[in-house]
Design a protein around this ligand. Structure first.
Ligand SMILES: *Cc1c(COP(=O)(O)O)cnc(C)c1O
Length: 340
């Protein structure tokens, strides 16, 4: 293999053109055969439902080069299931799991030379998405859909990698409400969070920490990652109807149990911030990102003194990334080798 000429150890988390993407159309009630193309642009009708009424959902997962040079994806089937859940909530045509997994496999194969080398700290980020493409003017679900997958090599989401970030508790702006679609990867959720995120970044924070929209009493999550904290050897993460059910979070809970920690998934009151020993963000892009400090009103709570992540956050990060990169054996069946 002739690997792409890129500085893989210093990649940003950003789009970089690769060789191919995959397209599958839902037309006249059936999914088409997948098309593998190098074309980066789409031609869509200007009245497509996705532009006006927001039928647009996405997923995010990663592929890693293992020590033996083969490539593996991490829990892709869970992403396929979650995209089905997102589609059902937005009355979109659910992409069959096998269509999803086949397209992911094809996009990895077609972009093999962009998979970052093992141990480079980078990975191939895979972005499946689905949009409603029928021309409509009235508010109604699209009849036709386009499901696409592209891939791009990425470095860590937070510039500093596994170094702690600062979060700002947001009390004014809500990202999602109970009964809404905060538990889906609907594109509109991210548009709704931009105002808060951009403002927080201007003030020197990496991300926002949202509270529940109803009472502003419980911690929800960040704009693109779940939240966890550690206290008394217990891994604590919010349960809430308005957060995205992170696959990384589910994986880390499993690892925490197997490392002998207790795990609590429950409403987490914002007052508890004062009692946590460690805190972090969880997601495919963030992996496990330690939280250095959280600002809540006038108060600041510090979890990573001198910028050093705590011992449990560090142990969980090392265990998770060892499995994802193929460094450690995968006793859970989470990883799947992509055939050459
Ligand atoms: C994608 C996402 C996450 C992380 O989910 P993973 O399955 O771990 O990638 C968390 N919160 C939000 C809002 C997200 O969009």
């Amino acid at each position: 293999m002739d690997r792409a000429d890129l500085d893989f150890a210093h990649l940003p988390f950003a789009y970089h053109k690769t060789d191919a993407n995959v397209r599958v159309f839902f037309r006249e009630g059936a999914w088409s055969a997948p098309e593998v193309t190098s074309e980066e642009y789409l031609t869509l009708h200007m009245a497509s439902v996705c532009f006006h009424y927001g039928q647009a959902i996405f997923e995010g997962l990663k592929a890693y080069e293992r020590p033996d040079g083969r490539v593996q994806t991490f829990r892709a089937r869970e992403n396929a299931r979650r995209m089905r859940h997102s589609a059902e909530k937005l009355l979109m045509e659910p992409v069959p799991e096998e269509v999803f997994l086949d397209a992911v496999q094809r996009v990895v194969q077609a972009n093999r030379r962009f998979v970052p080398p093992h141990a480079s700290g980078a990975s191939l980020y895979i972005r499946p998405f689905e949009i409603g493409v029928s021309a409509e003017v009235g508010v109604k679900p699209s009849i036709d859909y386009l499901f696409m997958v592209f891939a791009t090599p990425v470095g860590p989401y937070y510039k500093a990698g596994f170094t702690p970030v600062r979060l700002l508790v947001q009390e004014e702006i809500d990202r999602a409400a109970p009964g809404g679609v905060g538990d889906t990867k609907a594109a509109g959720n991210y548009a709704a969070s931009l105002r808060a995120t951009v403002a927080a970044k201007k003030q020197g924070y990496s991300e926002v920490l949202y509270l529940d929209a109803r009472e502003k009493r419980y911690i929800d999550e960040s704009g693109s990652s779940n939240f966890f904290a550690v206290r008394d050897r217990t891994f604590i993460t919010p349960a809430s109807p308005s957060i995205l059910r992170s696959i990384t979070n589910a994986s880390v809970r499993r690892l925490a149990l197997d490392m002998g920690l207790s795990v609590e998934e429950r409403p987490v009151a914002v007052e508890e911030l004062a009692s946590f020993e460690e805190a972090g963000a969880l997601g495919t892009a963030a992996i496990i990102t330690p939280v250095e400090a959280i600002t809540y009103g006038e108060q600041e709570f510090v979890y990573a003194k001198d910028g050093q992540a705590g011992p449990i956050t560090t142990a969980l990060y090392e265990r998770l990334t060892a499995i994802q990169t193929g460094e450690a054996e995968d006793p859970y069946g989470w990883c799947e080798v992509v055939p050459d």
